[in-house]
Design a protein around this ligand. Structure first.
Ligand SMILES: NC(=O)c1ccc[n+]([C@@H]2O[C@H](COP(=O)([O-])OP(=O)(O)OC[C@H]3O[C@@H](n4cnc5c(N)ncnc54)[C@H](OP(=O)(O)O)[C@@H]3O)[C@@H](O)[C@H]2O)c1
Length: 244
């Protein structure tokens, strides 16, 4: 049996690591990309390899170094002689208040959240084509309704949603490209008060935050169980995007 392999960016921790574990449990070999979280990436990889020998590898890289992305994809594809899927999960997230935003912040957010997914997809396309592969972009519901105080992040994710449709057209019929838009799943590690969290939860019809597994299962569905779906972005948000 041909084992499928998937490259997941920013997969050492948080949502990315749960996506990696979920896909691994479903039989994928995973290439865990990380930038700074080397210990977490190593320990995740060891864990997965204990479950199934030689089924996980790590790969390091700052996605803002666009010139290195071709090589990163080649290294990933060489792990097991090809590539079946790419998950663009890595993302930078911080406020950029209008009036105080620097060009460096703009470049940083756009590079990791939009430019890198495009160039990774471009580099991966030849590999994915030969395997009827698939791309999943992890977007955000704030691609559609900008998050106040985070204009550049919101713009980057809106671009990623547009990229999903554009790439779906460019890469059809051989490669499908879809997105998952999380709502409130894991709180940012700093900067959100308990009062603000309660306010956000109040506006979610299902009245709770989601679990990382909700996002991982949606990604798995789009990769494995949706052969007639391309160019779509699925909101996984407890219904939050129903309200402005
Ligand atoms: N958490 C949520 O509730 C939520 C809600 C909406 C959307 N999302 C989206 O879901 C995805 C995962 O969310 P998350 O909260 O788990 O993300 P996160 O913890 O904020 O970031 C994931 C990883 O992205 C990597 N990263 C950031 N900038 C990078 C760069 N320039 N080059 C390479 N790697 C870079 C970091 O890797 P290292 O640690 O190795 O440096 C980081 O661990 C993101 O796309 C996010 O926008 C999440």
């Amino acid at each position: 049996m041909n084992i499928k392999s998937v490259l997941i960016t920013g997969a050492a921790r948080r949502l990315g690591s749960v996506i990696a574990r979920t896909l691994h449990t479903s039989g994928y070999n995973v290439i865990v990309h990380y930038r700074r979280s080397a210990d977490a990436a190593r320990s995740l990889c060891e864990d997965l390899n204990r479950t199934r020998a030689d089924s996980a590898r790590i790969i390091q890289g700052d996605l803002a170094h666009i010139a290195r992305l071709d090589q990163l994809v080649i290294e990933a594809a060489m792990s097991w002689g090809g590539l079946d899927a790419l998950i663009n999960n890595a993302s930078a997230f911080y406020p950029t208040p209008l009036g105080a935003t620097t060009e460096q912040q703009w470049d940083d957010l756009i590079a990791s959240n939009l430019k890198a997914p495009f160039f990774l997809a471009q580099a991966a396309a030849p590999w994915l084509r030969t395997r009827a592969g698939s791309i999943v972009n992890i977007v955000d519901i704030h691609a559609e309704r900008p998050l106040k105080g985070f204009p550049v992040y919101s713009i980057s994710k809106a671009g990623l949603a547009a990229l999903t449709g554009a790439l779906a057209k460019e890469l059809a019929p051989h490669v499908r490209v879809n997105g998952v838009s999380p709502g409130a799943i894991l709180w940012p590690e700093r900067g959100l008060s308990e009062a603000r969290k309660a306010e956000i939860l109040e506006r979610i019809p299902l009245q709770r935050a989601g679990q990382p597994e909700d996002i991982a299962r949606a990604a798995l569905f789009l990769l494995r169980d949706a052969p007639y779906v391309t160019g779509q972005v699925l909101s996984v948000d407890g219904g939050r995007s129903l309200f402005s």
